[in-house]
Design a protein around this ligand. Structure first.
Ligand code: AOF
Ligand code: ZN
Length: 367
């Protein structure tokens, strides 16, 4: 197929640039930019790291003098505010760009259309909404964080056909196939933090790092541990592979807390009470600039997070295995509902087959 050299063609390239930096921009959105002048691509860029240049800055720099009279394709509305960096719309205006094509509007209330207005008011032709759906899906996590001040939470589970995450003896290696496990590690790279319950730590002594065939980023490791049972010799405490945060209550044993802190673990006392208030915990995480969390269970934390309406997307990795036993731990372990009518439901369902495993994903209804 011979592609048309139109706005979508160049926007597609900008989107591809942005896609490849998902996971490395912290709470900032992944953004791509392409500069086209006289029928040729003269500049390309992506936002690589929070605090450093935005996508437009890199692309403009590459284009040099050729920015004059050029068209800029940006997946997200150019910013209009002074954040950690100066406004991109000013840079585009100063560079003499003639036309700006935008994927979607920036949900950041500090921008939200002001970038477009500034460009327009300075005589630049502006087109918005080219490949809008793709551009928007790049910033799903960013938009949730910006608009709700809560992290975007992806729940990932790996289970057997009978919904078990281990046998009744606790064996769980491995449930899903190698390709699916590789996907999970890619998910870790794409989230700022990974969260599990203390039971998972006590059972599996996991490292919760990203292990792919190429080097990738490790998320911050967040453990929900109401009674502060985290062992001082846990891998998460000893390995120094990534920061470890423990969410607990004000009732946590001072001495244990001190021992963990001394080893570099961050202890966050979320609330007073017998258990961690998960809604409050998520608000605190957002305040600490965690914009995305990959929740990897176990069943009790999964159930509690789901019931509290704190989950944005569920990814159920299912293997065609059956292990049985009433004591084998389940994917979702919570009080449960009485009638089928009250069942928690997923919408926007997608099903993907990887070898003999299936990934079912969806978003909890009525969040
Ligand atoms: C753009 N291009 O490549 C990105 C934008 O603190 P700062 O200066 O990094 O600004 C962060 C905000 O800028 C972020 O919340 C979002 O509104 C916008 N991101 N804008 O024009 C980019 N990454
Ligand atoms: Zn900007």
């Amino acid at each position: 197929m011979i592609p048309r050299l139109d706005d979508e063609f160049y926007m597609q390239l900008a989107i591809q640039l942005a896609e490849r930096v998902i996971g490395q921009t912290s709470i900032n959105p992944p953004v791509g930019c392409v500069i086209v002048h006289g029928g040729r691509v003269v500049g390309m860029g992506a936002h690589l790291m929070r605090g450093e240049g935005h996508a437009e800055v890199h692309a403009l720099q590459m284009a040099g003098e050729l920015t004059k009279g050029a068209t800029a394709y940006v997946t997200l509305e150019p910013c209009s505010h002074y954040g950690r960096t100066p406004p991109c719309c000013l840079r585009l205006i100063e560079a003499g760009v003639k036309r700006v094509v935008v994927g979607c509007v920036d949900p950041n209330p500090q921008v939200a259309g002001r970038g477009l207005t500034a460009l327009h008011d300075n005589g630049i032709e502006v087109a918005v909404g080219v490949l809008q759906e793709e551009a928007k899906s790049l910033i799903t996590m960013f938009a949730k964080f910006m608009l709700t001040k809560l992290p975007y939470v992806t729940m990932k589970t790996a289970s057997t056909l009978d919904g078990k995450i281990a046998t009744h003896t606790g064996d769980s290696k491995w449930i899903t196939n190698a390709d699916v496990r590789e996907r999970v590690h890619a998910l870790r790279h794409r989230h700022q933090a990974i969260m599990v319950g203390i039971e998972t730590v006590l059972q599996d002594n996991p490292s919760l790092t990203t292990r792919l065939s190429v080097p990738a980023l490790n998320p911050i490791r967040i453990i929900v541990d109401s009674k502060l049972r985290m062992p001082l010799d846990a891998r998460l405490v000893k390995d120094e592979a990534a920061p470890t945060w423990v969410l607990t209550t004000t009732r946590a044993n001072e001495h244990t807390a001190y021992g963990l802190e001394e080893r570099g673990v961050r202890i966050i006392r979320v609330n007073d009470g017998p258990v961690v208030d998960l809604t409050l915990a998520m608000k605190l995480c957002a305040k600490e600039e965690i914009g995305s969390i990959l929740l990897e269970g176990g069943g009790t934390l999964n159930g509690a997070m789901l019931k509290a309406g704190l989950i944005d997307r569920v990814l159920l990795m299912v293997a065609p295995k059956i292990v049985g036993h009433p004591k084998a731990p389940s994917v979702f372990n919570f009080e449960g509902v009485e009638s089928m009518q009250d069942a928690l439901q997923l919408e926007g369902l997608q099903v993907e087959t990887i070898g003999d495993n299936v990934i079912i994903s969806g978003s909890p209804l009525n969040r």
